[in-house]
Design a protein around this ligand. Structure first.
Ligand code: SF4
Length: 372
């Protein structure tokens, strides 16, 4: 895959980071002429308004590194009325992504003209300590891939090694890195207690080529996952978003064949699938940026109960049924849950709510700590 950080044309760093290990690392990684030790004038979201298609694309090539003054820790957006939530928490260490998937939901709300990487990992870890001290018996899963890819910028920040230290000392909590990169090498030899999950969103290479620009190939993702599993890390796969296109059955069948010949069910702690969904607000930006050739911009999507646009329920059912039966045909040990789906979709496809399905129950039980 391409070296993502080499795509930044400008790197603006908070002046207080000059001389710190992170500041020195920036100087080591980037040519002098692209670094500025001044931050842009920060505007409120109301002042910023929406980004044009060009401004949005440019925000992926301009990096801003600064401390984050707010809370890092929050509950996953799946925790909403009308959705079956898998009890997940997120820790956001930045905003925006140097890769460029046509369906990326960041297009629905990202309105700053830069990619932002937060420098103050110590504050994030302090928050984790506070949360743990308030709820010492809790068993949380915490992911860092909601507002950015978990690994795309880690070669700059090295934040993940710090997070892994915390999770090594807190073995009942799970940390999940969600990525579409193959940037795992620097983490493979770090100590862990099998509570650091490396997870990949997977799609057939046809869909990757068409819709997931600048991401790792399917084979690179699977190779990286194999490396992680061989070092004892749990791995997870999300066939998400499932995207309808011509010959989709052949392409997804081939993908499932690759997954099931590379992994045994017991090596994959979570396998989930979710059909394409987007926020209505992102549609015009997507069409401007990717045209109507994209499988996503050209598809018919209808509003559902949560306000998102999705395929109609018959097509979703067909997609889910196909994926589920292809996995089960290869080995009955594969268990697949739905990702960010409505309660109706669970009932339609599984005839049960997830908390009542024994093998999925652990992921859907209410967690003990209160949401902050
Ligand atoms: S990898 Fe994830 S965050 Fe990055 S562009 Fe794709 S969907 Fe968005």
């Amino acid at each position: 895959m391409v070296q993502l950080i080499s795509r930044f044309e400008k790197v603006m760093v908070s002046p207080e980071l000059q001389g710190t290990p992170l500041g020195q690392r920036v100087e080591w990684l980037f040519p002098k002429e692209v670094i500025s030790w001044q931050l842009p004038q920060l505007k409120s979201s109301a002042q910023l308004g929406e980004l044009s298609a060009d401004q949005y694309s440019k925000s992926k090539r301009t990096l801003c590194i600064l401390p984050f003054p707010g809370n890092f820790f929050k509950r996953c957006p799946g925790f909403k009325k009308g959705l079956a939530c898998c009890n997940y928490y997120v820790l956001n260490l930045g905003l925006q992504c140097p890769m460029d998937c046509s369906y990326c939901y960041l297009q629905s709300y990202h309105n700053t003209p830069t990619t932002t990487l937060y420098s103050n990992i110590d504050s994030a870890i302090d928050e984790l300590h506070t949360m743990f001290n308030e709820n010492p018996l809790s068993q949380l899963r915490i992911g860092t891939g909601e507002t950015m890819d978990s690994l795309a910028l880690d070669s700059i920040s090295l934040h993940n090694a710090r997070l892994m230290e915390f999770f090594f000392d807190h073995p009942k909590w799970y940390l999940e890195f969600k990525t579409k990169t193959n940037y795992v090498d620097h983490l493979l030899d770090l100590p862990h207690r099998r509570n650091v999950i490396f997870s990949w969103s997977l799609n057939p290479q046809e869909v990757i080529d068409h819709e997931e620009h600048l991401t790792a190939s399917l084979q690179e993702r699977l190779n990286s996952a194999r490396l992680c599993a061989d070092r004892g890390f749990p791995v997870a796969f999300y066939l998400d978003p499932l995207i309808w296109h011509e010959n989709w059955k052949d392409h997804y069948r081939q993908l499932i064949e690759q997954v099931t010949t590379t992994f045994e069910p017991h090596e994959v702690v979570q396998l989930a699938m979710g059909a394409l969904r987007i926020q209505p607000e992102q549609r015009h930006l997507m069409r401007e940026r990717f045209g109507m050739e994209s499988y996503v911009t050209s598809s018919e999507l209808l509003p559902c109960v949560t306000g998102k646009l999705r395929y109609d329920s018959h097509l979703r059912k067909e997609l889910y049924h196909f994926v589920l039966s292809e996995f089960k045909a290869r080995c009955s040990g594969w268990t697949i849950s739905l990702c960010m789906e409505t309660i109706q979709a669970w009932k339609q496809n599984y005839h049960e709510m997830p908390a009542r399905i024994p093998e999925l129950r652990p992921f859907f039980q209410p967690s003990q700590p209160a949401h902050r």
